[in-house]
Write a protein that binds this ligand. Structure first.
Ligand SMILES: CC1=C(/C=C/C(C)=C/C=C/C(C)=C/C=O)C(C)(C)CCC1
Ligand SMILES: [Fe+2]
Length: 283
């Protein structure tokens, strides 16, 4: 499919705002399940540390964009491998890495150019090459599983679809579809099932996502008034540096939540229906 990066971006940005952000915006309800967060001050303390981490990542990106881009790719692969939790480790890793490595391997020129908007060129090109190499290595566990098992399990089918989509679609569109369908929806459903009030969590998620999306749009509008020549680059930076920053506290929280659920399941035979409140976690 042939679609220039600006047009892909015009499809990607609203997709992420509507379907991608709400899965991260469940973090406040998740935190409320993990810690008591009593009263307004409890919530404010949590929000301050969350926002502090976001600002820290943005600061690192401004000071050392090359390092920040490489770190972002690595922890994104780790985060995305969670989409195949419960699958054997090699296949889980193959999934997380392919989400980024497949477009880098199959569309190297376009991905290098896109990375070039997020970090200066030598670092961007190295990151794109490393992602492509990781993508190539991620084919091995998939091929071995297919060769040994000789049957199509659900994770194998999902990974095959992922690779075909990465091959057929331009990188930004591929990412938008993977992120908003498989990642966001899967994560959203598994979190909301464990909430005491799904309706309240949903409203919080919608409210928070709208705030983040509005902040992104305002940033691009304000900056493009000063420099109207580069709205695409600004938009791309707002989306991906924004995602990089939001993902750090989001990952820490989701990781804690999943570990916590596991302990509760083993210790209290909680079936994961999320009705009974979790006892508070000690730090
Ligand atoms: C920038 C860019 C890419 C990488 C995107 C990443 C790494 C996104 C991570 C998002 C996360 C971790 C969201 C959390 O929920 C691709 C797909 C290679 C395509 C080319 C442009
Ligand atoms: Fe996520």
């Amino acid at each position: 499919m042939d679609l220039n990066p600006s047009s892909q971006f015009l499809i990607l940005a609203p997709l992420i705002a509507v379907f991608g952000l709400p899965h991260g915006a469940l973090d406040l309800p998740i935190a409320e399940r993990l810690w008591p967060l009593e009263g307004v001050s409890g919530k404010l303390k949590f929000i301050a540390s969350y926002v502090g981490l976001i600002l820290l990542v943005i600061a690192v990106w401004l000071v050392a964009p090359g390092v920040a881009l490489s770190a972002f790719l690595a922890y994104s692969a780790l985060h995305f491998s969670g989409d195949w939790a419960g699958t054997a480790a090699p296949l889980r890793w193959a999934g997380g890495v392919a989400a980024i490595g497949a477009p880098a391997l199959l569309h190297p020129t376009e991905v290098t150019a896109l990375f070039g908007h997020l970090a200066p060129l030598p670092a961007a090109a190295i990151a794109a090459d490393a992602a492509a190499l990781a993508g190539a290595l991620a084919i091995i566990p998939l091929a071995l599983t297919l060769a040994i098992r000789r049957r199509l399990s659900q994770p194998v089918i999902e990974l095959m679809i992922l690779w075909i989509a990465a091959w057929l679609l331009p990188p930004l569109l591929f990412f938008g579809i993977y992120f908003c369908s498989l990642h966001s929806i899967r994560h959203y459903r598994s979190s909301i099932r464990r909430m005491p009030s799904a309706r309240r969590a949903l409203f919080t998620a919608i409210g928070l996502s709208s705030i983040v999306a509005l902040a992104g749009v305002s940033f691009v509008l304000v900056r493009s008034v000063a420099d109207p020549a580069v709205p695409f680059e600004l938009g791309l930076q707002a989306v991906f540096i924004g995602l990089a920053a939001l993902t750090v506290p989001h990952m820490i929280l989701v990781e804690r939540f999943d570990r916590r659920l596991f302990v509760t399941r083993v210790g209290q035979k909680n079936t994961g229906d999320g009705i009974e409140p979790l006892p508070p976690v000690s730090a």
